[in-house]
Design a protein around this ligand. Structure first.
Ligand SMILES: Nc1ncnc2c1ncn2[C@@H]1O[C@H](COP(=O)(O)OP(=O)(O)O)[C@@H](O)[C@H]1O
Ligand SMILES: [Mg+2]
Length: 224
């Protein structure tokens, strides 16, 4: 899916009453299947931007287009539907549900069609090296395995866009590199548009494009 941001702005009004412009005049256009790394210091607005692209929040002003259509014109229910059917998320924390097994965690978002999805879930777990973990609870998994399970859950919905917010931030270097490898290879294979926020220069270097954000705005764009 193509994604375009036109003069995107997001302001927050914290409890102290001093307005924060977390995202300020951001323009970009990302083609379907492209991979983009977003880099920048803490507080730059990276997560806010990802929330806007993921339709988890609405911009204060400006437009976000999916394949040319203005997502701002959609109702909250339509946006939720789009989010469920087209967008996958991976965060720094895995957000697996602790009382369910790995396989159940994958199937929960697609529960109404779980019988149909079970084989696919198992094949995906196998590809991500988690076949032996499918009956385990999240707490019984290593950090890398937990993130791979969260990646599997995101991919099972067959998203057209995968949004990753510092997905390897809690992992050691080698484990993180393994998870990154899987994120990039799965997205390439499925032609999924990938937007990944990272502090890791090696990871950013794998993307087609690097967008550097500071104080809510794009300060540098680099194609590679
Ligand atoms: N829900 C919120 N309410 C008020 N301020 C927020 C909220 N979320 C983020 N911010 C502020 O917006 C700015 C950008 O935050 P964020 O998008 O989380 O940056 P990053 O992900 O680059 O660290 C920061 O100044 C942060 O404190
Ligand atoms: Mg952040």
């Amino acid at each position: 899916m193509d994604i375009a941001a036109i003069n995107l702005n997001k302001k927050y009004m914290p409890a102290n009453g001093v307005e924060i412009e977390a995202v300020h005049r951001i323009d970009f256009s990302i083609a379907g299947g492209e991979t983009v790394a977003i880099v920048g210091p803490s507080g730059a607005g990276k997560s806010t931007l990802l929330h806007l692209v993921g339709l988890m929040d609405r911009p204060t002003s400006g437009k976000l287009l999916f394949d040319g259509d203005d997502t701002g014109k959609l109702t909250d229910a339509e946006r939720a539907g789009l989010r469920r059917s087209k967008i996958g998320f991976l965060f720094q924390l895995h957000y697996l549900l602790s009382e369910f097994t790995v396989e159940e965690n994958l199937l929960i978002p697609v529960w109404h069609e779980r019988a149909k999805k079970r084989d696919e879930a198992r094949a995906l777990l196998k590809r991500l090296g988690l076949e032996h973990r499918r009956g385990h609870l999240p707490v019984e998994l290593s950090g890398g395995e937990q993130q791979r399970a969260a990646l599997a859950r995101a991919l099972l919905g067959q998203p057209e866009i995968l949004l990753c917010d510092e997905p390897t931030g809690n992992l050691d270097r080698e484990t993180g590199a393994n998870v990154e490898e899987l994120i990039f290879s799965e997205c390439a294979q499925r032609k999924v548009t990938l937007i990944i926020v990272t502090h890791n220069p090696e990871l950013a270097a794998r993307a087609h494009r690097i967008i550097e954000v500071r104080d809510g705005t794009i300060v540098k764009e680099q194609k590679q």
